[in-house]
Design a protein around this ligand. Structure first.
Ligand SMILES: Cc1cc2nc3c(=O)[nH]c(=O)nc-3n(C[C@H](O)[C@H](O)[C@H](O)COP(=O)(O)O)c2cc1C
Length: 364
């Protein structure tokens, strides 16, 4: 697959980590870098006007000056002047890419603010905002992230992408649903393909990529130059290296074992507590922990317990108890299936998928 180039920036892989508000913070971005395979990582979306007007000091920009590159920051606003000024500030941060949010379906952003996916109704307005960002950003590539349109009756993605391109966008990411659809319907890959065919800048396909084969399928069906992943990477932050390997025709590194995942979970929690203190770091970690163990038997009970963890000690106790239960289950299953406790230690290091498969075998 040819390299993905955004303006002057050539990415090491065409697999991007999406902006995800409430999740893609400094600590999570560090974890993604450790697992590797991700060509570009984005921050959460940042309100350009809120930043410029000094209504808040965006915690979402914490660490951004010092972090390794490439790193993208996403801005949202409907006011071109705020966007231009925020982009100029980000130039001072020497950020790699500035992305503009034209896809957020949240009522707070679309309604009162008239921003996010509301702007998809007006390709001309999108163009003005892109143009303002390009003027402020100087040499930094500006990209736009869109949905197919506000609703199925108004699928404006082709016009919006053309307007973004005409006003200097270096690429467009298309989430293959309308704002009204939220996540209700499967992504429309044919519509993403129409956008990719309509512009000369790279189009990055987004939506429902949850493993290497869905990434390969999405690229083939859309003709997109890259892939962006959001939700699946919150469950399996190593997904980027799996997709990147598949795109090069290489065998992926094996996924982490349950034991490694547990250690990872505790490291992530420790980093958040280090950054935010306790219990706030623990509170922040609950939503990640709920996702991390998806697919491992007993994860429903784990989720219920961890979402109520009140402080760091409580959190560690719940995780360690869960991990001990999973290991015991895997060992017992192996002893039962193979009749040979000699494999037990190996089995205790099983991947979540293997543990699940074994649990299903036992159940059937
Ligand atoms: C909790 C959550 C927060 C999100 N925050 C943002 C955001 O800040 N900016 C943005 O452009 N998209 C945001 N998105 C949308 C994702 O970036 C992505 O477009 C969407 O989830 C589809 O990709 P996926 O199927 O890989 O999850 C968010 C999605 C979720 C679930």
């Amino acid at each position: 697959m040819p390299p993905l180039v955004l303006g002057t920036l050539e990415l090491a892989t065409p697999v991007l980590s999406a902006p995800v508000a409430g999740f893609t913070d400094l600590v999570y971005r560090g974890i993604l870098r450790e697992f590797g395979g991700c060509g570009l990582i984005f921050t959460e979306m940042v309100s350009a006007g809120g930043w410029i007007l000094g209504k808040f000091a965006p915690d979402r920009l914490a660490g951004v000056r010092e972090e390794p590159r490439p790193l993208g920051v996403q801005l949202w606003d409907r006011e071109p002047d705020y966007v231009r000024e925020a982009a100029a500030r980000l130039r001072d941060y020497q950020i790699s890419v500035i992305d503009l949010n034209f896809g957020c379906p949240k009522r707070r952003i679309m309604g009162k603010q008239g921003a996010g996916a509301t702007l998809l109704r007006d390709p001309w307005a999108v163009g003005r905002i892109v143009s303002a960002a390009v003027a402020g950003a100087g040499p930094i590539p500006v990209t736009a992230k869109i949905r197919l349109g506000p609703s199925l009756e108004e699928t404006t993605a082709v016009e919006v992408a053309r307007s973004a391109e005409a006003n200097g966008a270096a690429a467009v990411t298309v989430h293959g649903r309308t704002a009204e659809q939220a996540y209700g319907e499967p992504v429309d890959l044919a519509m993403i393909a129409r956008v990719a065919a309509a512009v000369s800048i790279p189009v990055i396909a987004n939506g429902d990529v949850d493993d290497a084969s869905s990434a390969v399928r999405t690229l083939a069906a859309t003709g997109a130059a890259g892939i962006m992943v959001a939700r699946a990477a919150l469950v399996r932050p190593w997904i980027f290296r799996e997709i990147a390997a598949a795109l090069c025709g290489e065998a992926p590194l094996p996924p982490p074992t349950v034991r490694e995942q547990t250690a990872q979970l505790l490291r992530h929690h420790a980093a958040l507590v280090d950054r935010h203190g306790d219990p706030w770091g623990t509170v922040q970690m609950r939503k990640f922990a709920c996702r991390y163990m998806t697919g491992v038997p007993g994860s429903a009970e784990f989720r219920s317990a961890i979402s109520r963890a009140k402080d760091a000690d409580d959190f560690r106790r719940i995780v360690e108890g869960f991990a001990a239960g999973v290991a015991a289950d895997a060992c017992a299953a192996t002893a039962g299936v193979a009749g040979d406790g000699g494999f037990a230690d190996e089995e205790c290091s099983a991947t979540p998928a293997a543990v699940s498969a074994r649990a299903a075998d036992r159940a059937s």
